[in-house]
Design a binder for this molecule. Structure first.
Ligand code: PLP
Length: 470
């Protein structure tokens, strides 16, 4: 990362930045050489592998220069302007996904709430955008609550999770007037009773004993879980009894989130049926969690938002009747495919007969998912976005770990030092899980729309790395 790019981005934080190059701009390369030749191979004449891909943000395409274009912005030029790595989002795509959820509900239900699971993209601009789109929000810590409030979320639209909320977090939530505190343990029930001096609406988080096929780290609905109260072992029923007897806690409903990146719909129906065993007159709200899977690669074919909403609405109506309010809390399916990460290639190391490593200027500090879950991603040389991806390589990060591999087998169009390399579908849990490992400043978050790009979270600087020193 060039120091100058940090300074440039810092100098106009949060400003509206016109994209330096718009689609259709005349190309003027004085130093035409091998890279320019490769660029020409990537012209639209050879077809557009991006337009219509479910992995990239809606509206992405290969522009007349053969570059990847996102929301009307040329990604190669953006990388030059903003520096790399950078998280780039198509703002309209974020909004469209929120509307798809709302409209899918509006067609089927009169009493619903769609909550943005903000752990997937905790930045103020995202909270603000989803508030503008009429969503509610789920927060999983005092920090997320702070950001939601700062973004202007009505506290009555905020719902708080956490398997180990601190005294401070419980008090912060209650005093802010949030809608629901989602109770996760008997210790928390006692803690709330000790701390709260006025009634707080609560839901009880249930682990309904359903195990969807997804990575074990993101399965959360099975009995053996750190989250919530089990159904099979009777703890959920005991928790309900306990909270109904409480003066400070007003039990209004149930919650279950069975896991994430789920491609089947049946487990949701089973989970709702299981929750039904606990229903009573007090149950006016059923929060059926998030979990809808997304396409990280072209091979992934998740169900549509509409199909997902249909199963949940029908399930809740059948089991709990028509008068119960249904809540869902999607994270990944709102933001993952609306974002890409842009890197710069720094080295290409060929080990004859073994493999070629293409190293970029980020890695596990900006996208932990490949290392945490073995997640697979696609990659693209943004400079030659339509050129044949005929070189098999391994994309490595810049961190001091052999395991810092972003994509193990990627087919790229003759990657070279200086190229802008993009990994799509990194809009969820990338910025959220970013770290300063190896003293790397965290990347900016950039929202793109109609050919304009604005920095909504600036790049960290080296001074930020020492700012907390005392
Ligand atoms: N709700 C809860 C309680 C969660 O723990 C999560 C994710 O971890 C979500 C919602 C969002 O899930 P997803 O991003 O899979 O939609």
């Amino acid at each position: 990362m060039a120091a100058s790019s940090v300074a440039r981005v810092r100098s106009t934080p949060r400003s509206l930045r016109p994209c330096p190059v718009r689609s259709g701009a005349v190309r003027n390369r004085q130093n035409a050489g091998p890279v320019a030749e490769r660029e020409q191979q990537g012209s639209v004449a050879s077809g557009d592998p991006i337009e219509g891909s479910a992995v990239y943000p809606a509206g992405s395409r290969v522009n007349e220069r053969g570059h990847l274009e996102l929301a009307g912005c040329d990604v190669v030029e953006l990388a030059e302007e903003m520096g790399t790595p950078a998280y780039l989002y198509a703002e309209d795509d974020l909004r469209a996904r929120a509307r798809a959820y709302r409209e899918a509900f509006e067609r089927r239900s009169e009493d619903f709430e769609v909550l943005f699971a903000s752990k997937s993209l905790p930045c103020t601009a995202a909270y603000r955008l989803f508030a503008e789109e009429g969503l509610s929000v789920d927060v999983a810590s005092g920090g997320e609550l702070h950001m939601a409030l700062r973004a202007g979320f009505d506290p009555d639209r905020i719902h708080m999770h956490g398997n180990n909320k601190s005294d401070e977090e419980i008090l912060f939530a209650a005093r802010s007037g949030i809608r629901h505190l989602i109770l996760d343990s008997f210790d928390e029930i006692e803690r709330c009773e000790r701390l709260l001096d006025s009634p707080q609406r609560v839901l009880i988080r249930v682990t309904p004993g359903i195990k969807p096929s997804t990575h074990s780290y993101v399965q959360t609905g099975q009995l053996d879980s750190k989250f919530g109260f089990g159904l099979e072992d009777g703890l959920a029923a005991r928790a309900i009894e306990r909270v109904l007897a409480s003066e400070q806690l007003e039990l209004v409903g149930l919650h279950a989130h069975i896991g994430s990146q789920i491609f089947e719909l049946e487990p949701y129906a089973l989970a709702i049926r299981a929750l039904g065993e606990l229903a009573g007159d007090w149950c006016k709200v059923v929060n059926v969690g998030g979990g809808l899977g997304v396409a990280y690669t072209a091979e992934d074919e998740p169900p549509s938002i509409d199909a997902y909403v249909d199963v949940k609405v029908r399930g809740v109506a059948e089991v709990f009747g028509p008068d119960v309010r249904i809540l869902v809390e999607p994270g990944r399916s709102l933001v993952a495919n609306a974002g890409v990460t842009a890197y710069r290639v720094g080295t290409v190391k060929e080990i004859p007969g073994i493999r070629t490593y293409v190293a970029v200027d980020g890695g596990m500090s900006d996208n932990l998912r490949p290392m945490l879950y073995g997640s697979r991603y696609e990659a693209l040389v943004a400079d030659r976005a339509a050129a044949p991806p005929d070189t098999l390589v391994t994309i490595a990060g810049m961190h001091c770990e052999s395991g810092d591999i972003l994509v193990r087998d990627a087919n790229l169009a003759e990657p070279a030092v200086g190229d802008v390399l993009v990994t799509p579908a990194t809009g969820a849990y990338g910025h959220a899980m970013a770290s300063n490992y190896n003293g790397v400043p965290r990347p900016p978050v950039v929202f793109c729309r109609d050919g304009e790009a604005r920095v909504v979270v600036r790049r960290e600087t080296y001074d930020d790395l020492t700012a907390r020193d005392v």
